[in-house]
Design a protein around this ligand. Sequence first.
Ligand SMILES: *Cc1c(COP(=O)(O)O)cnc(C)c1O
Length: 428
Amino acid sequence: MKPLIYEDCQAMDRQDPLCVLKDMFQLPQGLVYLDGNSLGALPKTAQSRVTQAIQHEWGNELIRSWNTSGWFELPRKVGDKIAQLIGAYPGEVVATDTTSINLFKVLAAALSIAASDSPTKKKIVSERSNFPTDLYIAQAICKERGYELVLFDLQEQALDSVLLEDVAVLMLTHVNYRTGAMHDMRAVSALAHDQGILTIWDLAHSAGAVPVDLHSDKADFAVGCGYKYLNGGPGAPAFVWAHPKHVGRFWQPLAGWWGHERPFDFSPDYIPSPSIVRFQCGTQPILSLVALECGVDVFLAAQELGGMYALRKKSLALTELFMRLVDERLSPYGISIVTPRKPDERGSQVSLIAKEGAYEIVQALIARGVLGDYRAGDGGKYPDILRFGFTPLYLGFSDVWEAVDQLHKVMQTEEWRDPRFAHKNAVT
Ligand SMILES: *Cc1c(COP(=O)(O)O)cnc(C)c1O
């Protein structure tokens, strides 16, 4: 194969029907943003919409806006829109709280169901490389309820070897935050259900990144993040879904008044909403929900252009191109790819490892206007990672070229060895 040149990437951009979507975002000129998997870009509509919510809905309408501006229903309204991206139906999703909190709620609900159906099941299984907050929440719940958290490593153990009879819940992140490796949700769910195990999926790196089909893949519970691929803004509300057959069976433990069937009865007795609304807790952050809705609306606008399937096709083409250029231009510098090469096995990010200086290389690259990020390894099995998210909504093929070209310069000049790039920031 002839090595690719810049003009090849420009030609790909000219043939890209989704390139018009970039215009829906406000991005600084000259910046290549490969961190939409950590904080999505700003949708142009968000600024005026949030201003309107502040000036008119809050400023003029005041308390009336809970009714007149649809504030009260907003978690459900945004939830219904997110549902369209993850294979759920209207009324099944609420946008609320954080991913960590939602995980606590669904984990508690799943354990309650498991405890009533099969009380001898006393384990939660997850992956050692799962996002730490997921593991911390599971550890906390294990302490409270007397469960054991069992962590496995897919490189060492086949999944069916850990899905044993005594397991109550399998809790996985669909797309791994470090490597970008993606689970086969349908196959995993089938394996789990064979042993009577409930499944919880964290869609933090899936919703808005890859097509998800919770119903046809037979998931039991799911949570996901609003500020990553959904472009909802820093600290945007997350979302939660439970299969309708599970929703009514148990209370989630954070039984606040917003999960009550009729919160404005002000009854001293908790009666949970019969729907997913019971997964709400207290008063919701309206300004943040308003911004999140703008992010989700971009996906609904993209439906005319083929929606998540078209976005996935472009995302795979972007990650494929990035991997090819890294192979061609960066392997001589000891940079290699840890993300699966098979399209079905990866999400919308590519992770690299370097022989040394991963953190510094990322900092040097950021100084050159290419924003990726760094995720620390554990000094053992998990290496330090240079992480690049590819958001098909606002990235083009020339951007991919530019990113690899700048990384090439960082490596060729060895400028990453400059001590100023070794300064560790609080957030990496
Ligand atoms: C980003 C991410 C989170 C974040 O949780 P917060 O509660 O929003 O801080 C959780 N889980 C996974 C897998 C993530 O990638």
